[in-house]
Every structure is written in C-alpha cells, then in structure tokens.
Design a protein around this ligand. Structure first.
Ligand SMILES: Cc1cc2nc3c(=O)[nH]c(=O)nc-3n(C[C@H](O)[C@H](O)[C@H](O)COP(=O)(O)O)c2cc1C
Length: 211
C-alpha cells in the first residue's frame, strides 16, 4: 500500500515502465555506446537521411544511445589563419564537442556532390582538424577510439563509383586513431531510392546493431 493508503496498482504508477529503459540499454555484448549520427545533406526525407536513420535504428535496437546532428540546422564555420596560427571559428561545433568526445561510434551520411561529400560534410570534417595531433596533441587525446560508419548516397549506378571517397574517409579516421571505417553506399538513387530498397535498409540496420 502507498502512503496515501492506496496500492500502486490503483494509482496508475507501474514500476515496470520505470525499469524498462534500464533493461533495454544492455545489448548482447553488454556494452552501451553513444552513437553520434551526422546528416550532411540538406534533405530530411532524402536518401542519405533514411540510410543514416536505418543505421541509427539498428544501434537503438542493440541498446545504444543515439544522438543526431543535422548539419543543415547548425552553423559550422571555416578555419581561419592569422599571425602564423590556425584560428577555429566561433560556431556551433562547440556544441557538438561533448558528443564527439564521448562517442563510441560516428555515423556520418553524405550525398555525393560533384564527385565528393557534400559541402556541409566536407566543412565539418575540416572543422574536426582541431582534434588533429598536428593542431593540438592535447585535443587529439580527447577524440575517442571510436568506430566510423560512412554512409554515401549518389546518382551513379556503379557500387564502386566513389570508392575514392570511402578511401578518403578511412584516411581521415585512421589519422584520428578510429578503430574501424565501415562503409555503406546507396548507388543509383535516381531510379532506385533508398526507401524502395528494404534489403539495403536491413543491411544498414545490421551495421547499427553490430556496433
Ligand atoms: C549539387 C549536386 C551534385 C551532385 N553530384 C553528383 C555526382 O557528382 N555524382 C553522383 O553520382 N550523383 C550526384 N548527385 C546526386 C546525389 O548524390 C544523389 O541524388 C543523392 O542520393 C542525393 O541524396 P539525398 O536524397 O540525401 O539528397 C548530385 C546532386 C546534387 C544536388
């Protein structure tokens, strides 16, 4: 009986609802990661968003915590240079730092724009230079040894059309000491959008579940 003299069953309070979030946070490996999703392309119903979302859904299935940053909604400035020093801009990257420094996995999604990642993603990657050991040994220690998942969507039909971009991602992540660089691409999105490809969406979810 509660202090008001009524059993909790009659008060609408159900302790199992409080326990549930705790229970589902344990995945089969017993490790809960913070998974940071970054959407570079500007569309919120586009191919890139849907494929990143699928990876993050898989991560949620596995009990991980997911945080999403949409680059179109924030301002990431450009690195400057003055008096022999690289000058980081004052921008929203500062707000992302806590998530980046505590992540166990980074899921970064970009459409291909003129043969490379879209401009927001490219600028974001350059902005992470403040964690590069050449910029600051101290900052470099704060970048976690996390896994990277590179999500790339594009119009060309060939599955290997932009392997050079995936190699470039790996070079960047290796530089930051990240442990894995996992790729998933959606080629030919003009005729074959992500939403019509359940097997691709399932593959993306499986990547998320296996983080
Ligand atoms: C500005 C621009 C440039 C593009 N350049 C390329 C390209 O070089 N190669 C390619 O295969 N597709 C290119 N595309 C097509 C997109 O990569 C493709 O439609 C992508 O899946 C869009 O993703 P979204 O739906 O998330 O915006 C381009 C699209 C835009 C808007």
């Amino acid at each position: 009986m509660s202090s008001s003299g009524r059993c909790w069953k009659h008060t609408g309070f159900n302790p199992t609802l409080f326990l549930l979030p705790t229970v589902i946070r344990f995945n089969f490996k017993g490790i809960t990661l913070k998974v940071v999703g970054i959407i570079g392309g500007p569309k919120l119903d586009g191919n890139t968003y849907k494929l990143v979302r699928a990876v993050l859904d898989g991560a949620l299935d596995a009990g991980h915590t997911v945080v999403t940053w949409k680059l179109r909604d924030i301002y990431i400035g450009h690195l400057g240079y003055f008096a022999d020093e690289l000058i980081p801009p004052i921008d929203d990257f500062e707000k992302m730092k806590a998530d980046l420094e505590s992540m166990g996995a980074l899921v970064i999604g970009s459409p291909v724009w003129y043969g490379h990642v879209d401009t927001r993603t490219f600028n974001f990657i350059n902005r992470t230079y403040v964690y590069n050991k050449h910029y600051s040994e101290e900052n470099a220690k704060k970048w976690p040894k996390a896994k990277a998942v590179n999500v790339l969507t594009y119009g060309r039909e060939e599955e290997d059309a932009y392997d050079n971009i995936l190699d470039w991602y790996k070079m960047v992540w290796d530089n930051y000491g990240m442990t894995e660089s996992i790729n998933i691409v959606a080629a030919g999105t003009g005729d074959n959008p992500v939403e019509d490809r359940p097997e691709l969406i399932e593959r993306a979810k499986e990547i998320g579940r296996s983080l």
